[in-house]
Write a protein that binds this ligand. Structure first.
Ligand SMILES: Nc1ncnc2c1ncn2[C@@H]1O[C@H](COP(=O)(O)OP(=O)(O)OP(=O)(O)O)[C@@H](O)[C@H]1O
Ligand SMILES: O=P(O)(O)OC[C@H]1O[C@H](OP(=O)(O)OP(=O)(O)O)[C@H](O)[C@@H]1O
Length: 214
């Protein structure tokens, strides 16, 4: 362990960012500057604690962590599954709770049950493929989209979608429903495999302090 080495954190931008920063504050790790919406600065340093933080697009967080550009990352379980990087997942933070589901209009339920060769629109092709091919042994056509996934069955692009459901409002407002649940999701702490060995003391201490305030 090198006491002068900075530990670097990659935090997912968007929904999880504020709760992640709130949690770090609870264990005395502060980084006020990172909350400033007006700054274009990308990296933030806490000199006293020898920590560095940056915000990145969710799907890039596991990449930074696998390559060791960040020692630790905070990201949704969906992103971890989709990216399939070689990283350690060490802690479930509980917040950002939602579910990955197969959704569609009620009449698509029958198509799923009869293993029809349907089209599945999703932002998560790997998760969808794993679910249909490896878990259900069902052949489907997967169509990758980048957002507003609920549109796909409405306009006839696909029969069903594989997407995140939190409150269910988006589904309800668009006449869709949950047909099957793929898995529960929440924010996780991930760690670079080499950092876990080289900085074991600092990282395990951090994880146990996080556990105490969850
Ligand atoms: N209602 C929700 N919709 C999407 N993600 C959610 C929801 N609730 C919790 N999450 C979690 O929050 C994480 C970040 O969500 P966010 O929408 O900010 O990122 P994203 O989907 O990668 O962003 P973008 O909108 O830039 O595509 C997700 O990966 C997921 O784990
Ligand atoms: O169950 P709910 O509480 O309605 O939340 C689920 C919705 O939120 C997410 O979309 P997001 O807002 O990230 O926009 P996007 O569709 O452009 O990705 C997700 O893809 C669903 O559409």
């Amino acid at each position: 362990m090198n006491k002068d080495r900075y530990l670097t954190f990659a935090l997912g931008k968007g929904r999880l960012a504020n709760q992640t920063l709130d949690l770090f504050e609870k264990i005395g790790i502060t980084c006020e500057e990172i909350r400033d919406k007006n700054t274009r600065k990308l990296i933030f340093v806490n000199e006293e604690l020898k920590l560095r933080f940056f915000l990145a697009k969710g799907p890039d967080v596991p990449t930074y962590v696998e390559y060791g550009a960040a020692d630790i990352g905070i990201v949704g379980k969906d992103t971890i599954l989709e990216e399939g990087r070689n990283i350690y997942e060490v802690l479930d933070l509980g917040f950002g709770a939602c579910r990955m589901c197969i959704c569609g209009p009620e009449d698509a339920r029958e198509l799923l049950q009869h293993h029809e060769q349907i089209r599945v629109a999703t932002k998560y092709p790997k998760i969808a493929k794993d679910y249909f091919y490896n878990k259900k042994h069902q052949t489907v056509e997967i169509i990758k989209l980048n957002g507003s996934i609920e549109l796909a069955p409405i306009v006839g692009l696909s029969e069903v979608i594989c997407d995140i459901v939190e409150t269910g409002t988006t589904l309800r407002e668009n006449g869709l429903t949950v047909l099957e649940e793929v898995c529960p999701l929440s924010a996780r702490v991930v760690v670079n495999q080499v950092s876990m060995k080289m900085e074991n003391e600092r990282i395990t201490d951090l994880i146990s302090r996080l556990k105490q305030v969850l």
